[in-house]
Ligand binder design. Structure first.
Ligand SMILES: [Mn+2]
Length: 418
């Protein structure tokens, strides 16, 4: 049986449930998902030699890590080839590219330091999202940046944030696509603080100062990302969930960003998505897979990933949720990790688009929970794999052969990086 035959059969089965698989495929093709550059080099970047700090950690030492901008771009191209779906490129400020012998600190970064990334993004028809990098730097003082009691430290990081606003606007101007700029810091303390309010008041003022940098709100979309705790920052996080959510709610144009690794293990972001959509015109997500903590495992096509995608689709909010991946695994082939994660989120979205959402909603409103359960279970057994394979083919990639490409690239390129 050819893929076309299998797809036609699947399409007929889905149609009986009121699902138009052709329409689902066409729709998903145009939905951008932001691909994070930092899976390729374990969040190292190009502007410093020190270790990764800020309460985050990569584990593993698989060979083939990208060491230069050129290598990282080559690797990203492999991910592009191996994955279906529209992409944006997600950069951290620490991935600035300097000319030979040139260096400026993060507070002095300029658009020109990202010109090569713009060229790369244009080559692949991608918009760019951006992140100031408030970690892995010697000006993180006593674990604090924007909330530091030291004015000089705070100013350095505020200036970094402002520089990033200017760079974000440059990305939007160059690509013609708005830039989502996310503010996350690992600010907090290992042990019980004596003052929880002071750092938060300083953090609030500092973010306000960053956002005071003139920018076109249609081009730059600033976000604030919360976190529950980090390694070495177990007792107190300045930018907690309540802090960032309240900040976004009270500052027009600022979006709340939820990272599903940044909550208590029994909390689910899938339930939080519609809660925020009831209030915010737009929200942002970092999609990851926490295993007991914010471990940033590779995203899989698992229950909570699917549930998050379902909530976005059911809420008819694909154009209101800025979706970005955020994970890094150094223990397995990095390009495979990148590819599996991106494909998993695509699968979750396509699967959500192939769910009889209108029927399920109607049953719920009629208080017919018996059939809600039955239909939800029934839908799980529909021939989704055939629809997925057709989607991959229509996007010019394959379900079955991509790993052969990864293995070949590893032999020819990755393993030679010693
Ligand atoms: Mn994140």
């Amino acid at each position: 049986m050819t893929l076309q035959d299998r797809y036609e059969s699947a399409k007929e089965i889905y149609a009986k449930y009121g699902v138009d698989t052709d329409a689902a495929i066409e729709k998903l093709k145009d939905i951008p998902v932001s691909l994070h550059c930092w899976q390729g080099d374990d969040v190292t970047g190009f502007d410093h030699d020190g270790p990764l700090t800020g309460g985050i950690q990569t584990t593993g030492n698989y060979p083939g890590k990208a060491r230069t901008p050129e290598e990282l771009m080559m690797d990203i191209e492999q991910v592009i080839i191996n994955t279906p779906g529209k992409k944006k490129l997600n950069l951290h400020a620490s991935y600035a590219i300097f000319e030979e012998g040139e260096f400026v600190d993060r507070d002095k970064l300029e658009p020109k330091h990202f010109a090569k990334w713009v060229e790369f993004a244009k080559k692949h028809n991608m918009g760019i999202d951006f992140n100031p990098t408030f970690f892995s730097h010697d000006k993180v003082k006593d674990g604090l940046t924007l909330s530091s009691p030291d004015e000089k430290t705070r100013k350095f990081w505020i200036d970094h944030g402002k520089a990033c606003i200017r760079i974000s606007e440059y990305f939007a101007n160059e690509t013609g696509i708005p830039c989502v700029m996310n503010i996350w810091t690992g600010d907090g303390s290992k042990d019980i603080p004596a003052d929880r309010l002071g750092p938060r008041e300083r953090y609030k003022t500092a973010i306000e100062e960053i956002l005071s940098e003139p920018h076109d709100k249609a081009k730059v979309k600033p976000c604030v990302e919360s976190k529950v705790f980090g390694i070495g920052v177990e007792s107190y996080t300045v930018g907690s969930a309540e802090f960032t959510l309240s900040f976004a709610a009270t500052h027009e144009g600022c979006l709340p960003l939820m990272d599903n690794g940044h909550y208590h293990p029994t909390e689910v972001v899938s339930d939080k998505i519609p809660a925020l959509l009831a209030f915010f015109p737009e929200i942002a997500l970092h999609i990851t897979r926490p295993v007991r903590w914010d471990s940033d495992h590779v995203v899989l096509f698992d229950d909570e990933t699917r549930e998050m995608a379902k909530e976005i689709v059911r809420s008819d909010a694909l154009d209101r949720v800025n979706m970005a991946l955020d994970y890094f695994d150094a223990s397995i082939n990095r390009i495979s990790a990148w590819t599996v994660g991106f494909r998993s989120w695509q699968k979750a979205l396509l699967s959500a688009l192939c769910t009889p959402n209108a029927t399920l909603k109607k049953l719920q409103d009629e208080n017919n929970w018996t059939e809600v359960m039955l239909l939800m279970e029934e839908v799980k057994m529909l021939p989704f794999g055939d629809v997925w394979e057709m989607y991959c083919e229509k996007c010019g990639t394959t379900e079955r052969e991509w790993f052969a490409n990864v293995k070949k690239y590893e032999q020819e390129v990755g393993l030679k990086r010693i």
